[in-house]
Design a binder for this molecule. Structure first.
Ligand code: HEC
Ligand code: HEC
Length: 211
């Protein structure tokens, strides 16, 4: 084979490789975009959640929680709690009542399978430091961090919207949310020793995103 021909072949092979790689990379992005552009790819029940909870459950509003990556059992339990009144919701109580158990399974399957994206938020480093210590003492056993995995079915807190977590935490503290009994004990102990500043420190630590 002449040198020239070999060159041509190499060039051809290289361009084929580049094209192949490029189109594969694009395809992954396109899959995600297609889901948003072509809504019929997402189950109908799930689409009704997007206007508030964001496309694929990634909420752009600090008052509304992202659903992406929350544990499947937790999502189902919470929807049932909204329906039966064990959890306070400004809108979710009425909304959850409109769905059947089978719909809840479809929604929980979809959202638990979506990737978690940490929200960018402004935090105060002194509070983040205190929050980290408090988290390790009071909350880590169940909610986990990079050194210790969360208990199955317990929602993650790092990278979540601080506003939403603040309201939800206070709903647990005043007792209109009935969650885990052991968590209620830990929250009471935290309040007794550290007061509202302790709660705020935890929120800044979670809001920072990276544990
Ligand atoms: C009108 C806006 C709106 C729509 C539509 C909506 N949600 Fe919500 N959702 C909220 C708000 C606001 C909250 C916070 C609780 C509250 O105030 O009701 C919430 C909270 C939740 C939570 C609690 C998350 C957590 O971290 O504990 C779940 C689960 C949830 N919604 C599921 C759904 C599902 C599934 C759908 C689709 C059927 C849906 N929501 C549709 C506004 C909405
Ligand atoms: C014994 C285990 C346990 C401990 C300890 C614990 N939690 Fe929880 N936490 C849970 C469980 C289980 C849930 C889901 C409860 C429900 O169904 O409402 C939860 C839910 C939450 C939620 C609601 C999240 C959401 O998506 O709405 C917040 C906020 C929270 N915990 C904060 C804390 C903080 C802060 C601490 C430490 C002071 C703590 N938890 C300690 C088990 C625990």
């Amino acid at each position: 084979m002449s040198g020239r021909l070999a060159w041509r072949r190499l060039l051809l092979l290289l361009s084929w490789l580049v094209l192949q790689h490029y189109s594969l990379g694009c395809r992954a992005v396109e899959d995600a975009e297609a889901e948003i552009r072509q809504p019929y790819l997402v189950p109908l029940q799930v689409q009704s959640c997007f206007p508030c909870h964001g496309p694929r459950g990634q909420s752009g509003s600090s008052a509304i929680p992202s659903l992406a990556g929350l544990p499947r059992e937790y999502l189902r339990k919470v929807m049932r709690a909204y329906r039966h009144g064990g959890r306070f919701g400004t809108v979710m109580g009425r909304l959850a009542a409109a769905y059947e158990e089978a719909d809840l399974i479809v929604m929980a399957d979809y959202f638990s399978g979506q990737p978690i994206k940490a929200q960018k938020q402004t935090t105060e480093w002194r509070l983040v430091d205190l929050g980290r210590r408090l988290h390790r003492y009071y909350c880590r056993d169940c909610h986990g961090d990079p050194e210790q995995s969360a208990k199955p079915g317990v929602p993650h807190l790092h990278g979540r919207w601080m506003d939403y977590l603040r309201w939800t935490l206070w709903d647990y503290l005043v007792g209109i949310n009935q969650g885990d009994e052991e968590m209620a004990t830990q929250l009471t102990a935290l309040m007794r020793r550290h007061g509202a500043k302790g709660v705020e420190a935890l929120l800044h630590y979670y809001g920072k995103g990276k544990p």
